[in-house]
Design a binder for this molecule. Structure first.
Ligand SMILES: Cc1cc2nc3c(=O)[nH]c(=O)nc-3n(C[C@H](O)[C@H](O)[C@H](O)COP(=O)(O)OP(=O)(O)OC[C@H]3O[C@@H](n4cnc5c(N)ncnc54)[C@H](O)[C@@H]3O)c2cc1C
Length: 485
């Protein structure tokens, strides 16, 4: 392997959780690795910043790490030894409704089903079989692409996951409470809930909530990339920030190159080293809706009508299944719903380090059409106020980001799309294009490792891990050389 300072075995473009995971995987194998990051700070979608007032630490992008705490790769790294501490809430989800107590997804299935009336046993029977071998289930669900190690369990999941979330919830549950809870979880898919396979995320997020309640990272999501970077440095890897790669000329000599970027950027940076047919296929990649996000500095806790809501890391604001489904469909059709489905996180309720004493941070976003510049502040705050009258009086300061702001902040967020592109039945396993090894490209020295590869969006590092495995099959074949050569 190479020892010269300006040549590397592998160069990774981008230091998001997938870029860093790829770099760590390669360095574990003994490769010399350089990570180039455009921003002044590592982390991509996992940075934390004082967006509103001094002393208020806001997660700029990802906030709650449902998949992070369960990621087989992260678990193997013992990130806790590098400063990462998960804070696990009593409840993963609170789902307030207009005229009744909030539906709560507590850690315990029994306690959760206790709030679901006639659907208690149906919910229990849906979730419990996956809990007996949760580790095996998640290793298959977000683990390496391979024949499942637990085929019975995975078949059980697959038969339910293939449904549209709204039909599944209506078939499975008789009452509005369980239906709403399931719709809120499925809404994380950023797809209309009448699309096939949207039940998958509803199920995965529900099961996860009973395995490890959806946590936040102590000190902010930035603790995740910092732990990965500490591990990487310990393995001899190097990270350079403030380096935006715009063409292959910007890249030092290496054996292989991994792009923690959108397919769009892979084309614009490395297009000269890739065949036109592949570039045409990348150009057909669909990014989907974006988000509009608000961060608040608050004078105290959100005054939920049902105080149980304060126990949850995440609050789903959208009312009934029908209302959430209608809102998400409207967004997918390129319009802005009056009552958007809002995902709200309460990091400072769990982690006092996020706000000055007696104060709180607030974080919420809704899905909007890709490229939207519509200001959704009022629509989001109306949804919070609907379930927490007096909320607006607690706002000390707010910070807003529309889809253009997100795209400027991180070029991977094309049109403001936050999870690496549409993850529907067609694009989930064929991202960025249909290939037996989706991390590879027709150029055997170029790989893509971002959330635009399987298993898709979220902070779990699995895309980076798989891409590194793919790159390692080629790395010995090449001597370090410029990519343009
Ligand atoms: C508002 C929002 C909320 C979210 N909430 C959650 C959540 O609660 N939980 C969760 O699990 N996930 C969440 N996500 C999604 C999650 O953040 C992403 O799926 C994840 O960060 C993807 O990781 P990545 O490594 O693929 O890419 P990114 O995190 O996007 O990192 C890519 C990095 O590459 C750098 N880069 C790009 N182009 C270049 C270039 N040309 N040269 C040099 N560097 C470059 C970028 O600056 C960036 O640092 C959220 C995202 C957003 C935006």
């Amino acid at each position: 392997m190479s020892e010269h300072r300006e040549t590397f075995d592998a160069v990774v473009v981008g230091s998001g959780p997938n870029g860093l995971s790829a770099a760590v995987s390669l360095a574990q194998y003994g490769a010399s690795v350089l990570v180039l990051e455009a921003a002044g700070e590592i982390g991509g979608g996992t940075r934390t910043a004082q967006l509103t007032l001094p002393g208020f630490e806001h997660d700029v992008c990802s906030a709650v790490h449902t998949m992070g705490i369960l990621s087989p790769f992260f678990r193997s790294l013992r990130l806790e030894e590098h400063g990462l501490r998960w804070i696990v809430p009593e409840a993963s989800v609170a789902h307030p409704l207009d005229d009744q107590p909030a539906v709560m997804m507590w850690s315990s299935v029994e306690e959760t089903s206790g709030g679901l009336g006639a659907d208690a046993s149906s919910y229990r029977n849906l979730i419990t079989p996956f809990l007996d071998n949760a580790e095996g289930f998640f290793a298959d669900a977000i683990g390496p692409l391979r024949w499942p190690r637990h085929p019975d369990l995975f078949a059980r999941f697959g038969l339910r996951a293939m449904w549209p979330a709204s039909s599944f919830a209506k078939w499975r549950f008789q009452q509005s409470r369980a239906r709403a809870l399931f719709a809120g979880c499925a809404g994380h898919s950023i797809l209309p809930l009448d699309k096939a396979f949207t039940a998958a995320l509803g199920l995965i997020f529900s099961i996860a909530g009973h395995v490890k309640p959806w946590p936040v990272a102590a000190g902010g999501s930035q603790a995740i990339p910092r732990a990965l970077a500490s591990l990487l440095h310990g393995l001899g890897g190097e990270i350079r920030t403030g380096v935006r790669v715009t063409s292959v000329q910007d890249l030092p000599a290496a054996r292989v190159y991994l792009f923690d970027t959108s397919p769009d950027q892979l084309s614009s940076i490395a297009g000269s080293a890739l065949p036109n047919a592949y570039l045409r296929r990348l150009a057909r990649y669909r990014y989907g809706p974006g988000v509009f996000k608000l961060d608040w500095a608050l004078d105290g806790p959100i005054p939920w009508r049902d105080p149980n809501c304060l126990e949850a890391s995440t609050v789903h604001l959208g009312g009934t299944l029908e209302e959430i489904a209608a809102g998400e469909k409207t967004t997918f059709q390129g319009k802005h719903p009056k009552r958007p489905y809002v995902l709200l996180c309460q990091q400072s309720q769990l982690d006092a380090s996020r706000a000055p004493e007696g104060k709180q941070t607030g974080y919420a976003y809704c899905h909007v059409p890709g490229g939207s510049t519509v200001d959704m502040t009022e629509a989001i705050e109306r949804q919070v106020e609907r379930f927490a009258p007096g909320f607006k009086d607690r706002i000390l300061a707010r910070h807003a980001m529309n889809t253009h702001d997100f795209h400027r902040y991180n070029p991977n967020y094309v049109g403001g799309a936050i999870t690496g592109g549409v993850a529907d039945a067609f694009q989930l396993f064929t991202r960025p294009v249909a290939r037996l090894d989706p991390y590879s490209t027709p150029n055997p020295r170029i790989f893509i490792c971002s959330a635009s590869t399987p298993p898709g969006g979220g902070v779990h590092g699995m895309c980076g891990y798989h891409a590194a495995k793919s790159a390692l099959t080629q790395i010995e074949r090449f001597e370090p050389a410029p990519l343009s050569a």
